[in-house]
Design a protein around this ligand. Sequence first.
Ligand SMILES: Nc1ncnc2c1ncn2[C@@H]1O[C@H](COP(=O)(O)OP(=O)(O)OP(=O)(O)O)[C@@H](O)[C@H]1O
Ligand SMILES: [Mg+2]
Length: 507
Amino acid sequence: MVFESELDLMIRSRYPIIYIPSPEEGRAELLIEQVVSSSTPPRELYTWDYVDGFTDKGAGRGNPIQALIEIENARSDVPAVFILRDFHRFLDDIQVSRKVRNLSRHLRTTRKTVVILSPILKIPADLAEDISVLDLAPPTAEEIDAELDLFLQQVRVDLQSGGRDALVKASQGLMMSRIKLGLARAVAHYGRLDENAIKIMLEEKKQRIRRTQVLEFWPATETIDDVGGLDLLKAWLEQRAAAFTPQARDYGLPYPKGILLVGIQGTGKSLSAKATASLWQLPLLRLDMGRLMGGLVGESEARTREMVRIAEAMAPCVLFIDELDKGFAGLSTSGASDSGTTARVLSTILTWMEEKDTPVFIAATANSIDRLPPEVLRKGRFDEVFFIDLPSERERYEIFEVHLSRVRPNRVRDFDIPQLAFQSEGYSGSEIEQAIYEAMHVAFHERREFTSGDILQALSQIIPLSKTAQARIQQLQEWAGTGHCRLASSDARQTSLMGQLFGDSSL
Ligand SMILES: Nc1ncnc2c1ncn2[C@@H]1O[C@H](COP(=O)(O)OP(=O)(O)OP(=O)(O)O)[C@@H](O)[C@H]1O
Ligand SMILES: [Mg+2]
């Protein structure tokens, strides 16, 4: 419904040229037709494509300039909408682009509207002012449900209870044409519609998400029990485990928006972000910031919109934005050189974060704060910013326990974990993991079982980041000490400078 009312409003407000990027030409045209036919005053609808020209008389066949001239010459007093299919292909041509700009000026004074319909979004920078983009979101759960109704009348259905909801959920985020294809494939393959259809749909979706090149569907294999330490962060997450249920809505709770985890490398930020999805039993989408920003002018913006659209269609879900700071690295130094792309993408994302009322929970991580634009940290964007410090002795104990239980479930007690935890001061979770694997390699090569001694030996050979990046860590700790964020661990104050900054009385 949003699409229809938005389109109606744009037409009535005399937007001269509306660009609808959608691979679903049929569905888009149907919706446009509905909007046009129910509009007052009534409007005419014409469709042009390169091969057939305008549908009524074939004018402008094989000639995009002629098509624009036809629109220009159409009666000004008759309200009309002109759909131009695949017109993005011609916009780079100097003649076409000039004509589009002239036409755009002319259209503003008439009741004629041009709608460009194409599977991808590609607007040359010099036309950006003349063309407005309207997104066609994938179908909602209700629309899918209605489509499923039609489909189920024709085939044998063998779905267990809850299976239908699961099927709708698995289809969310896909375009309707894909959903129909997937259903047809399931029936063709299994002779009926059963649980296998859900698998097929999930597979379709994975592929769809992969094609965006910036989003990835991640299996949430990490659980909250794989995270050692970070008690305050875990408690915060556990408190919100049911926050996306209808019961929470009835209770009047708003959806949690997101968290930002800040800390040095290897302290379990990505791990915790991923564990959130499994704790809350939500699908996990990973956003690749580097890829989002890379590419040609205009591509980043298009990808951002697509990313938002897919994430919302997948909701409720966790959107994992790893290394948020890296994505915005270009902002201060090369703001001009990427023609403001970074700034525009940032503002799109921030606005979305603030306004979204869909249950997309953002779990973002960052290594440093100096590269983060200040508006990211402003209230209203994230529910909380957590600082993750190097693990305390107690936390290192837990981290050793987690990893040793994974590799030697029956021999954990053979290791002197208290000693290991004591001796690994200044090491991050990932360095601890690395030391365990190093010890295993050494012992395996000598054809024996590895011991605490091997791990200690391995630790002594790793120079921890806390030694090599002391200044940076201290700077982060000082920032955290000024109260800009919450501490992820109740031990943080004792482990570091935080103790001095907070003073013991604040505990
Ligand atoms: N608190 C922890 N508990 C258990 N394992 C940990 C912890 N912290 C780190 N690790 C181990 O180190 C690995 C790397 O951690 P992770 O990727 O979460 O670090 P990060 O904070 O995201 O670092 P980076 O800033 O480099 O991305 C994890 O997969 C895990 O095996
Ligand atoms: Mg990480």
